[in-house]
Design a protein around this ligand. Structure first.
Ligand SMILES: [Zn+2]
Length: 195
């Protein structure tokens, strides 16, 4: 039996379904952006119940275009107001170079990826950059409640990272975006190449 067969058997046995009165809006009006690392269980870590929060995951908990897309939709149509960014120690992207990650994919798949893979050497700084990217994203309607944390896997502690305040006054949600802001938004998906 493959792992997927096992997972489907579990789902059949449990027949989970939401309560009839549960809408799609997260009860806590919050989203969590964290890494895909299998050792992180946001549900048990934060004591989440079903329908409590959006959880968006990718390799490294980075502000990728798809993370921004998901958070923009989360705020615009599903009522979230806060974002908790959670990096973690011993991340697979930590202390590897882009070249090493590219090579790993190329050696396994036979194809050299053109996308940025997000290697980083300073964990706290990586979380800070994700928070700053989110705070600058003009598509997010609520940017005051975006905060960064590091989950230390060896101790189980979640600690905050220091992020300097970003001036959001140049792009408010009260008016359409200017052309320059549109350019900045487009640039967001490209800006991490310097890391
Ligand atoms: Zn990770």
């Amino acid at each position: 039996m493959s792992s997927i067969d096992g997972l489907l058997a579990e789902a059949r046995a449990r027949a989970h379904k939401p309560a009839a009165d549960q809408g799609p809006q997260p009860r806590l009006h919050a989203a969590i952006l964290t890494c895909m690392d299998a050792r992180i269980d946001p549900v048990s870590l934060f004591g989440l119940g079903r329908s409590d929060a959006h959880v968006i995951r990718n390799a490294g908990a980075l502000a990728t275009p798809d993370a921004l897309r998901s958070l923009a939709l989360s705020q615009a149509i599903l009522g979230t107001r806060e974002v908790l960014v959670l990096g973690h120690t011993v991340c697979g992207l930590f202390e590897r170079t882009e070249a090493e990650l590219v090579d790993a994919i190329r050696s396994k798949s036979g194809h050299r990826p053109g996308m940025e893979l997000g290697a980083f050497h300073d964990l706290d700084q990586a979380v800070v950059e994700t928070v700053e990217d989110l705070r600058r994203c003009p598509f997010l309607a609520y940017r005051d409640g975006i905060h960064g944390f590091v989950y230390e896997l060896d101790t189980g502690i979640v600690r905050p990272v220091a992020v300097k305040e970003v001036d959001l006054s140049s792009s408010t949600r009260a008016r359409p975006m200017t052309g320059l802001e549109m350019l900045r938004a487009d640039a967001l998906s490209l800006k991490r190449t310097s890391r």
